[in-house]
Design a protein around this ligand. Structure first.
Ligand SMILES: [Zn+2]
Length: 432
């Protein structure tokens, strides 16, 4: 009888390796989705959470909350909520007559796009879904005409719907998704070309953060919030914030892909700390904290780069969270071919840079780890200004005496004073 070997210890979550980023990208961005038709993404998120033993729940509006919580509870460790939306602009089939389809467009793109483009049809119930959630099209259709409306008289028309003809052999039903026939996901070097980067790449950044925390078994409290119907007006996020479904003491970060052209941001220049959007700005304390952590990362790893931008090309869910009183910041990566608007009036895959995405995940990891010190972040900045004021005071006082006595000093003496004295502080502030 062979000697019994010692029983190996049962596998623990900390033994699991994090999923490679490219794999997470491919399996997430390829899932067909549109506003109010995010079911396939929801199924993917549930599988993701179950595989990692993470709590996953749906709120009454269908937004998905995935929670990672480990370590000691403390008043200072506020939950970090990372929110991304699950939908993307696309058509929905509203009528089928033989091979003639009537379509409604949910999302924002100019009505100059669409006519003559090819679409792929996906059943909304996932009946053609493979086991990993990737969609299989049941048909291909050609857009024969489009409809659009202007927000202002004589202004640019936005696509609202159209007609299409189903190719022989395909099937379509009312309620199906009809999405642009562009690459679902393709890597060219470090650039991801995908039909739905916005905002499934944002969702990937949140998933990768949760995945790495779970694999490391690190202390932290992070909630991934995956919202619905953003492309038709920030609906899921607003409903959740209005109903106070985020933890009351959350620091909420809205995560997006945002037009690089409209935001004047560089693709490949690193993740973007988003100061505001087209209508609003977010918590200065959160923005300052994120910037300080990005600076730390840049010091720790020579290759880490980041950008700090307003990104006022559109409106983000952060505006909802902030207006409903949550302490809010925002982050994004620079997006090419925003909303599939490619060059020369043709639709195209959207693009993001994998390095920007990796940087975003690293920044979120650092934020999760540093959350217990968040409360002290603004006092730290105030201390720097305190030092500035205190150190500058003697020189200001002594030079101010000249203003009270004798003839007014001429400019040349003021210049020489500046040249003779060292800067009042060695603090590294970018002063303008
Ligand atoms: Zn969008």
């Amino acid at each position: 009888m062979p000697a019994r070997r010692p029983t190996p210890s049962p596998p623990t979550s900390s033994k699991r390796k994090p999923t490679p980023l490219r794999e997470l990208v491919r399996e997430t961005v390829s899932i067909p989705t549109a506003a109010y038709l995010e079911g396939a993404v929801v199924r993917h998120l549930r599988r993701f959470a179950a595989e990692r033993g993470l709590d996953c729940s749906l709120d009454r509006f269908g937004n998905v909350h995935i929670e990672y919580r480990r370590g000691r509870r403390s008043r200072n460790r506020r939950p970090l909520v990372l929110g991304a939306h699950m939908d993307h602009p696309g058509f929905v089939v509203t009528a089928v007559k033989g091979r003639r389809l009537t379509l409604e467009f949910r999302g924002g793109i100019s009505a100059e796009y669409g006519k003559g483009e090819q679409l792929r049809i996906y059943p909304v119930d996932g009946s053609a879904e493979s086991h990993d959630g990737a969609g299989a099209a049941t048909g291909v259709a050609l857009v024969t005409s489009v409809e659009g409306v202007s927000r202002v008289r004589g202004g640019p028309r936005r696509l609202t719907g159209g007609k299409a003809t189903l190719e022989q052999g395909g099937t379509a039903r009312v309620g199906d998704l009809a999405l642009w026939d562009v690459p679902e996901c393709r890597f060219r070097g470090e650039i991801v070309h995908a039909r739905q980067c916005d905002d499934l790449i944002g969702a990937v950044s949140v998933l990768a953060t949760l995945d790495r925390l779970a694999a490391a078994g690190a202390d932290g409290h992070v909630v991934g919030l995956f919202t619905r119907a953003e492309e038709v007006g920030l609906c899921g996020a607003s409903a959740a914030a209005r109903a106070r479904l985020l933890p009351e003491d959350a620091v909420a970060i809205a995560v997006e892909t945002s037009s690089k052209a409209a935001g004047r941001a560089d693709q490949g220049g690193g993740p973007i700390i988003r100061v505001g959007d087209a209508v609003h700005i977010f918590s200065p304390r959160v923005t300052e904290w994120m910037t300080a952590l990005a600076q730390q990362l840049a010091c720790d790893h020579g290759g880490f780069a980041y950008q700090r931008r307003l990104m006022d090309g559109g409106t983000t869910e952060a505006t909802s969270y902030d207006l409903y009183g949550y302490e809010t910041g925002a982050a994004c990566v620079a997006l090419g071919n925003y909303h599939n608007a490619g060059p020369r009036g043709r639709v195209a895959a959207e693009t993001v840079h994998l390095g920007d995405l990796e940087g975003l995940v690293q920044l979120f990891g650092r934020m999760a780890a540093e959350m217990p010190r968040f409360q002290r972040s603004l006092p730290a900045l105030k201390r720097r200004f305190d030092d500035l004021g205190r150190e500058a005071a003697p020189l200001l006082r002594s030079t101010a005496k000249a203003f009270r006595q004798g003839p007014p000093p001429d400019n040349s003496s003021a210049r020489s004073t500046r040249q003779m004295t060292r800067p009042p502080s060695s603090l590294e502030l970018a002063l303008e």
